[in-house]
Design a protein around this ligand. Structure first.
Ligand code: ZN
Length: 56
């Protein structure tokens, strides 16, 4: 159960593919009803410019 919980707490930054901790401090962006997590505002800005580039 603890392992499952840990997995749920991590997401992958679609821009640089880094593992990102989910939580209050996480940098997130909602796109097409999905929440994406980023390691930095810089990655988020890149994603916002052209989301499809990172999702294909
Ligand atoms: Zn990143």
């Amino acid at each position: 159960m603890i392992n499952l919980f840990k997995k749920k707490d991590k997401a992958t930054d679609p821009v640089c593919l880094m593992k990102v901790e989910k939580g209050e401090k996480a940098i997130t962006y909602n796109y097409k009803e999905e929440t994406y997590y980023f390691c930095s505002e810089n990655c988020k800005e890149q994603f916002k410019k052209d989301p499809e580039q990172f999702l294909s």
